[in-house]
Each structure stands twice: as structure tokens, then as C-alpha cells.
Design a protein around this ligand. Sequence first.
Ligand SMILES: [Zn+2]
Ligand SMILES: [Zn+2]
Length: 311
Amino acid sequence: MQLVSRSDLGWGASGADAANPTRGLVIHYDGSNQGLADKKHSACVSYWKSTRDFHVNTNGWADIGYSYGACPHGYVFEGRGLKKYQAAQGTTAGNRDWYSVTLMSGPSEKPPGAQINAVRELRGYLMERGVAGTLRGHRDFASTTCPGDILYRLVQDGTFSRKGDRKDDDMPEHRRYRGRDLSVRIPRGEWRYVPFNQRGADRLDTFDYSVAFGPVQFVASVGIRLTGLAPGAEVQLRAVEVTGSGDDWEIAQSYAINSPQHTNAGGHFTHTWNGNCVDGNRLRFYVTHFSNGDQPVVLESSDASVHTWSY
Ligand SMILES: [Zn+2]
Ligand SMILES: [Zn+2]
């Protein structure tokens, strides 16, 4: 969910009374058409601020009346936010037991897909916090035209109740790394970082080791090919977070060791880890082996596929 928080708006904590709405979410509109879908998003920010100004300074309310707003560009604006009474549904129980969201639009405005998705994501966000998924229109609580026939139909036909598709902030970044003609000799029992000399389509002049940079959540797969292993030799692969700079790196965290045995698969080993790489740390792969053969063991090639999500 793309949330515009109170602090983004320069607002302090809401002065509204505490409550614990759990019954669902009520849809509202503005009595007159606003045309925000055809304007820049900054117009939504101005709209939200002037709505609060009107509710506080003209109506004399403790804060903006609504829990949330959803704009046509797909942003959810924080109003009173979580666990507050509202001045929206027109009844004490309605304001105490239900959350509210206004679509900042008037009677003849059809919400664009991004705005519908914002309502769906807000509903999901509240459900993750123990609120029922039930949706209502303001007119289910009081004698009013709100939220208008267009939005009320979307409440009734289940359009707003579908699952939102997360995007933008929630999309992972994907990177590929490749190492070719590496010729990195690995003595028995000594650990080496897995190097790469190609990142995406770019060839690198020097070896690159770090594949993710905290703070990120990651899913990281690595594949390596080793030559010279004796039959049955154990190989150990780890994902590690390192901290440091320049040539001076130390391991800050180690993920579960993968210990495959060399059979006849051409010395090729792959494994996948997931986790959180914390702020300041970098993710690398680490490898050793316990081969007793006569041949030197050489890391010939590497491939990595890494998805990261910022948090
Ligand atoms: Zn309303
Ligand atoms: Zn907007």
C-alpha cells in the first residue's frame, strides 16, 4: 500500500478519541465533483489538507473526519488513522466500530483502477490488523446520498472487496550475476567468497562479490561449478552477510550451510537462501570443500539470481 502518512503531511498525532473499530470499512465521497483524476497528485495533497482545515477550523472537530482517503493516483492518505473515533458515519456506533475512507470524488466521477486498488489494499491492510473485511456505504448508516450511486454500486457488486495487486514499492528488484573463467583455486577446508565478473549485461573488470545491499529482504540463489573434486567429496556453500570496507570484510551473519556431496553431476552445485540483510551489510556467497583427491579444486564458474525487497 502506498501510504501518505500524517508525518508525510506534517501533522502530529490525531487528537481524536481512541476507539477500536473492527467491523469493517465505510466508503464515502465528496458532495461535489473534484476532478482530481485529471490533476497532478499534489492537488490531492492540497485537497486532503484543506479538508482537514475545514473539519477542524469550520466544523470544530478534533481532526479531519475520516480514517483514510484514497486518491485517483492510487495513494492512501492517513486521516485519523488506526484506532480512533471518526466523525464520518453519522452515528456513534458507526464512528466507533467502523473505519472510514473517502474517495475525494463527487457524484459523477468514476474511480480509476489505481484508486479502486488503493481501496482494496487499505481493506487488506485493515484485515491484517484484525478488522473484518466487510464494506459498507455511508448511506447504510444515515440518510444521505453518500457515497453516490457509482461508488455504492462498487461496494455492492464486490469490486472493492477483491484482493489488491501490490505494486510499485512492493515489486522486487531482480539482478543476475555471472562468473566465467574464474580459475579460483580453493584449498581443502579453506573458505572463499564466490566471485562474479558479469552483472546483468555488464562485464566487470574486477571480481564482484556482493550481490545484495542492506537493508533488504532477499531471495538469493547461487550455482557454482568446481573441478578437481574427488568422488564423494563434501562441498559446503553458505550465504553470509559481511560488513566492512575496501579489502577488509568480516562476516556479520551466516545463513544455513548447504553441504552437498560430489557425485557425478559435473561438479555443479546450487542452493537458495532467503532472509533479511540488515542496514550496512552486504550479501555474499561462501564456499569450501573437503576433497582428499590429488587434483587441485578450482572454482570455474558461478551464476546468481537475486530478488530483493526494500523495507
Ligand atoms: Zn459520507
Ligand atoms: Zn493523488
